[in-house]
Write a protein that binds this ligand. Structure first.
Ligand SMILES: Cc1cc2nc3c(=O)[nH]c(=O)nc-3n(C[C@H](O)[C@H](O)[C@H](O)COP(=O)(O)OP(=O)(O)OC[C@H]3O[C@@H](n4cnc5c(N)ncnc54)[C@H](O)[C@@H]3O)c2cc1C
Length: 558
């Protein structure tokens, strides 16, 4: 009766992350790495320090207070203690600001997202408001609206917690989050010349933000996405009163439970058009590109956290006379998820690298096309990987992985959202097709895979390189055939096609990195590349629409 299990503990979150450190050593020039590394090490230390606080905070959840004692409608959301701390720490450590201060030019995005990657797993999805804040800053800057840029961007990119603002991104309505063309929120211009919004926003995360970018249809505009405009609004006036916004309730969610996600009614919210009275979907696209990148960074970060904890547990927990870390099948299981997480990390930071270069004007047309394609690809691929990895991580703890007060189930619940918000896997797969169409075909992806392969010399990396190139070729062949067959065939296979491209590029990028690491005496990334490829990168199969219809609703295809 005296035996108790040893809980997993976190070591040094930055120094022990061999995959991240190896990647940063290649991506950043030595001088830049030397300058940014103290902040990364500090963030790693902070992340380890916050982890016990996160566990202690498990029972707490945000609370909506709609009325004060005297009958006044106040709609105040009380945040959990860790969230309150996270807001201050995020500002002070420049988790958004670093990208905009741009001390290291294009490399600042890599620095910033490395900070975000270390910060995210210990802060209960505070990454969500940070992602939208970063995205709002990007969208406002791209809009060229000098007044709004001057008003909001200094707050969004501030390191001073008292001045720091977060932003919401209010798109989803009851009519649909994927197809925002049916947005019902109306924008009406009053006699005072000001625009006011009327409608209902069905999912608004971090409803405590000081501002939001949102879509609405100016009166008289046509239906569909074309008639939507992008609006800027501040949630409260200077006296702290809500700006024509009611918080109807907080969502009761599977995960991300510390993140207050609200249903809102806009009842005359004063708002300012960001860039004219139409083209709102185009206007919000820069925001989505940034939030999707944050999603991929969060997926990679949560995978890393789960694996770090599972590894620590495996060294302590014994079964059949040995530590789990000595049992061949357990080692094999952990190696499998480690390879998935490293593939995700490399694809994600390729997007980050390209985003940083795009922001300083270093990308040519092909680079911009590649970034456009890789952004949804990385989001959808890593989102799905994170759910599979989190599930495996829970199983690696046995029953403890299923027990709430270990904090482990939260990992699985929180990763599940990464496949849903910012575009589901299906919706982003269709977006990949659109991006390829705009790019005039698959060439940017084919050349990216070939560029990776060209740098690889070591025969041990032959299998991942061949697997990646074969999968891209197979995907290209499928694309040609499906394009000939027409829209239903293209759409039906889009998800397998996109996941194949995502996984193939992960294997190619990992292999290229592995060669770089081998040249410096480090064989670890080679093992990751080989294992990822062995787990399969090509998911393209041929299916029949008839079979699918029969399986889903028992009817033959029309
Ligand atoms: C925790 C949480 C927080 C959120 N926070 C916000 C927020 O802050 N702001 C915001 O705007 N939204 C937010 N959302 C909403 C989220 O972005 C949407 O739920 C998501 O975009 C999907 O929209 P939907 O729920 O309307 O599903 P639907 O659009 O109805 O989709 C239902 C299913 O249909 C599939 N589907 C849709 N279209 C197609 C197609 N053409 N082909 C194939 N399959 C398709 C989808 O993949 C999905 O599986 C949040 C959601 C969650 C869960």
């Amino acid at each position: 009766m005296s035996f108790t299990q040893t809980p997993p503990t976190l070591g040094d979150v930055y120094d022990e992350d061999a995959a991240l450190r190896s990647l940063l050593s290649r991506l950043l020039p030595a001088g830049v790495l030397a300058e940014v590394e103290p902040s990364l090490r500090e963030m790693g230390r902070l992340s380890a320090e916050l982890y016990p606080a996160q566990l202690a905070d498990l029972p707490n959840e945000p609370r909506l207070v709609q009325w004060d004692a005297w009958g006044n409608r106040v709609d105040r959301i009380e945040l959990t203690p860790l969230w309150q701390r996270a807001e201050r720490l995020a500002a002070e450590h420049g988790v958004v600001a670093t990208a905009y201060e741009r001390e290291h030019g294009a490399f600042s995005r890599i620095h910033q997202f490395a900070l975000a990657y270390l910060f995210t797993p210990s802060t209960d999805i505070y990454s969500c408001p940070l992602a939208m804040t970063d995205g709002a800053a990007r969208a406002l800057l791209d809009s060229g609206n000098a007044e709004l840029i001057g008003r909001a961007v200094p707050h969004l990119t501030s390191r001073d917690p008292a001045a720091f603002w977060t932003s919401g991104q209010w798109m989803t309505e009851t009519t649909g989050g994927s197809d925002v063309g049916d947005t019902e929120t109306a924008a009406r211009r009053g006699d005072d010349g000001r625009w006011r919004l009327h409608g209902r926003k069905w999912f608004t995360s971090a409803a405590t933000s000081q501002m939001a970018l949102t879509l609405a249809r100016p009166e008289g505009n046509p239906g569909g996405g074309r008639g939507l405009a992008l609006f800027y609004l501040e949630t409260r006036d200077e006296a702290g009163r809500m700006n024509g916004i009611r918080i109807d309730r907080l969502k009761e969610k599977l995960g991300t439970r510390k993140l207050p996600t609200a249903e809102l009614t806009l009842d005359g919210a004063v708002a300012i058009p960001v860039r004219g009275l139409e083209g709102g979907v185009r206007g919000i696209a820069p925001m989505l590109n940034v939030t999707r990148t944050w999603n991929a960074v969060s997926a990679s970060a949560l995978m890393r956290r789960g694996i770090a904890l599972a590894g620590a547990y495996a060294r302590e927990r014994r079964a059949f006379g040995a530590a789990l870390a000595e049992l061949p099948l357990h080692v094999d299981t952990l190696a499998g998820v480690q390879a998935e997480s490293e593939g995700a990390l490399h694809l994600t930071f390729r997007v980050v690298e390209l985003l940083g270069r795009a922001e300083v004007g270093e990308l040519d047309d092909e680079g911009r096309a590649l970034l456009r394609i890789l952004t949804p690809l990385a989001k959808l691929t890593t989102g799905r990987q994170s759910v599979a990895v989190a599930s495996e991580v829970l199983e690696a703890f046995g029953g403890a992985g299923y027990v709430e007060d270990t904090g482990l189930p939260m990992l699985l619940r929180d990763t599940q959202v990464l496949t849903i918000w910012e575009g589901t896997t299906n919706v982003l797969s269709l977006d990949v097709l659109r991006a390829l169409h705009d790019a005039g075909g698959l060439d940017p992806v084919v050349r990216e895979a070939a560029r990776c392969a060209a740098g690889v010399r070591d025969p041990s990396l032959g299998p991942p390189v061949r697997a990646a190139l074969r999968a891209v070729e197979h995907a290209a062949e499928w694309l040609r055939g499906a394009t000939r067959a027409g829209q239903p065939a293209l759409q039906a296979g889009a998800r397998r096609f996109s996941l194949t491209l995502g996984r193939a590029l992960e294997a190619a990028l990992l292999a290229a990195h592995a060669q770089w690491a081998l040249d410096r005496g480090d064989p670890r990334p080679t093992a990751a590349a080989r294992r990822l490829a062995a787990q399969g990168v090509d998911l393209v199969v041929s299916t029949s629409e008839d079979d699918s219809r029969l399986l889903v609703d028992g009817r033959a295809a029309p």
